[in-house]
Design a binder for this molecule. Structure first.
Ligand code: AMP
Ligand code: FES
Ligand code: ZN
Length: 309
């Protein structure tokens, strides 16, 4: 039986990318130390600042808020109930269970309270794909909820990050490449965004959540089936199986050469406050308020259809 590299106890966890076999306790310590190193290296956060952690109910974001609080950071959770049937109901249940167990503050807001319906219905009404509507709404609600915080943290891990990177490289989306970074400083209505898990894999965050007894939802969002990011993850996993360490090298190599793309991200975009809500946007009305208007128009139309003359 393999022994823990650090203490000679039987090893329970093997991290192939680092060729490291560890016992449970040393894995936890090693994982937390690596994440803290990322936080320091990219100047994401210090212990006086208040961070709002966007929590989906999945392993990554719950593990992240758990770790941040454990290490003494001032983290508050924020969950959006997206109104996607059983998936959202179960996510909310896991979030509540976690909140009760860990005694952390978690703010919950709901898309239904904002729009009177969930993501699926909004997507049908405005004839846009659910993930695109969902992205607009989440981005807006994160920034609004973080008004009194220093930054927003998300649970994106190494696999998420390199799947995005692969998509951006395959299509040479140089503007997106210029903006893909573990930290995005605040500008206009957008809060500083940090991704402390970018150098740890999905396998590691899942293992950490498991050994730390964190309750999380296993299911993926039903709208994510067939998503390109899942396909890219499968390909990258196959490459990693044949060539260990590729995933980490792909991300660190990109970060080393990212300056090559920076000029593409410098396009100055003129932003002005949304006339409805003040959020900085490129047109008169921001995308979120436009969605709201379109939904309300549609509601008025269907109401008129059924009301007697
Ligand atoms: P995803 O886009 O589903 O891979 O999620 C990426 C990150 O966004 C997660 O790690 C969370 O930090 C955040 N997130 C996703 N869904 C929600 C949600 N419903 N409420 C709050 N944060 C979320
Ligand atoms: Fe947004 Fe699935 S989480 S559409
Ligand atoms: Zn607006």
């Amino acid at each position: 039986m393999r022994k823990c590299r650090l203490c000679e106890k039987p090893a329970e966890i093997y991290i192939s990318s680092h060729n490291l076999a560890l016992c449970r306790e040393d894995f936890i310590e090693n994982f937390e130390r690596r994440v803290e190193r990322t936080i320091r290296k990219f100047k994401m956060l210090d212990k006086r600042e208040r961070v709002l952690v966007a929590i989906s109910g999945g392993k990554d974001s719950l593990a992240l808020i758990h770790l941040l609080n454990k290490l003494g950071y001032r983290a508050t959770g924020y969950h959006i109930d997206l109104g996607i049937g059983d998936y959202s109901r179960e996510s909310l249940e896991r979030v509540r269970e976690f909140r009760k167990r860990e005694g952390v503050e978690i703010i919950v807001e709901s898309v239904r309270d904002e729009f009177g319906m969930g993501i699926g219905e909004i997507s049908k009404r405005v004839k846009q794909p659910p993930c695109s509507v969902c992205g607009t709404i989440k981005r807006y609600m994160f920034n609004r909820a973080a008004r009194n915080f220093d930054s927003i943290a998300t649970g994106h891990n190494l696999d998420d990050e390199i799947a995005t990177l692969m998509g951006n490289v395959l299509n040479w989306q140089t503007e997106y490449l210029a903006r893909q970074y573990p930290v995005l400083e605040s500008r206009d209505s957008l809060k500083k965004k940090i991704k402390p898990f970018v150098f740890v894999s999905e396998y590691e965050t899942a293992t950490y959540a498991f050994v730390e007894n964190i309750p999380y939802i296993l299911e993926e969002c039903p709208y994510s089936t067939g998503a390109k990011s899942i396909f890219y993850k499968e390909i990258l996993n196959r490459v990693e199986e044949r060539m260990t360490g590729t995933k980490l090298r792909f991300l660190s190599g990109f970060l080393k050469h990212r300056h090559l793309f920076l000029a593409s991200g410098e396009r100055k975009i003129d932003l002005k406050p949304c006339i409805k809500c003040g959020y900085m946007t490129t047109s008169d009305i921001c995308q979120f308020c436009r969605l709201k208007e379109r939904i309300n128009d549609k509601r008025r139309q269907s109401w008129q259809k059924f009301s007697p003359e």
